[in-house]
Design a binder for this molecule. Structure first.
Ligand SMILES: C[S@@+](CC[C@H](N)C(=O)[O-])C[C@H]1O[C@@H](n2cnc3c(N)ncnc32)[C@H](O)[C@@H]1O
Length: 250
């Protein structure tokens, strides 16, 4: 609890006001990641290996952008910082602990940006969301990594739309997921997409107690690799239940 309070307070000091409401959930993710370290390790290593492989095949390595960089658990920050002239990390929040880690590594070419990558505000106003349009202004962009953010865009938007009983909920969620995928597809550079696509809660006998489509009904693109991420191993949600996500990489 004390560690969380310190992380929260220190992050508040360095986070622009409009993004401060998101610190709590970032600290929550950090706590859970710590508790589930062992169960999450294979997923995190799969993600990092996929991005490292993408980098290995590249001739030009000027600017790399990571969308949903968050806690930098599934992002191979060392490989990115060593191989690119500039690395831009984009998320709603970067915790103080993440910032300290980057400072300690003396990465002088890593920039942090707080930005809402959902497109929700435009979609709520009836405008077509283009949340990745800003990437067109990034000079010498050679790589974009979407790092397990897409499902979270849907989760966050769904919560807000439910709270306001928005009658366009389904249409908006569909538009947000598609705009992220279309935005990535239209980029003139290398793109690595890592995303969880489904969520299942099962008991010890394997019986499915609850399941959800994390891409809000939008068909998942064809994966190059896929694996299971035990997001909440036994003991996290309950003694005899676990929650697993299916993850794809392409
Ligand atoms: C599952 S975490 C990804 C973990 C991260 N890649 C890592 O290595 O630790 C999802 C991330 O997406 C971010 N996120 C969720 N919705 C977002 C939004 N609308 N705009 C920007 N970032 C968002 C969260 O803050 C969180 O850091």
């Amino acid at each position: 609890m004390l560690a969380e309070a310190i992380q929260y307070g220190a992050t508040r000091l360095v986070t622009p006001r409009e993004f401060q409401p998101y610190i709590r959930s970032s600290v929550g993710l950090w706590s859970r990641a710590g508790r589930c370290r062992k169960a999450w390790a294979p997923h995190e290593e799969n993600c990092k290996a996929f991005v490292r492989e993408a980098i290995a095949g590249m001739r030009e390595r000027r600017t790399a952008v990571v969308l949903g960089s968050g806690l930098l658990r599934d992002v191979p920050i060392e490989a990115l910082a060593e191989n690119f002239d500039t690395v831009v990390l984009v998320d709603l929040v970067h915790l103080a602990g993440v910032r300290i880690r980057l400072k300690a590594k003396r990465f002088r070419n890593v920039r942090l940006i707080s930005r809402d990558l959902s497109g929700l505000e435009d979609a709520r106003k009836g405008k077509p969301p283009e949340p990745l349009a800003f990437l067109r202004q990034v000079p010498y962009l050679d790589l974009v990594v979407s790092a397990n953010i897409l499902s979270q865009i849907g989760v966050g938007a769904k919560r807000r739309l439910d709270e306001e009983h928005n009658p366009r909920r389904t249409e908006i969620l569909d538009a947000l997921v598609r705009s992220h995928l279309d935005g990535l597809t239209s980029l003139p550079c290398k793109v690595a997409l890592l995303t969880d696509t489904t969520y299942k809660v099962t008991d010890r006998s394997g019986k499915v107690l609850e399941e959800a489509d994390l891409l809000c009904g939008v068909p998942a693109p064809e994966a190059k690799r896929r694996w299971i991420w035990p997001v909440a191993p036994y003991g996290e949600l309950g003694r005899d239940i676990q929650a697993v996500h299916e993850v794809i990489a392409l």
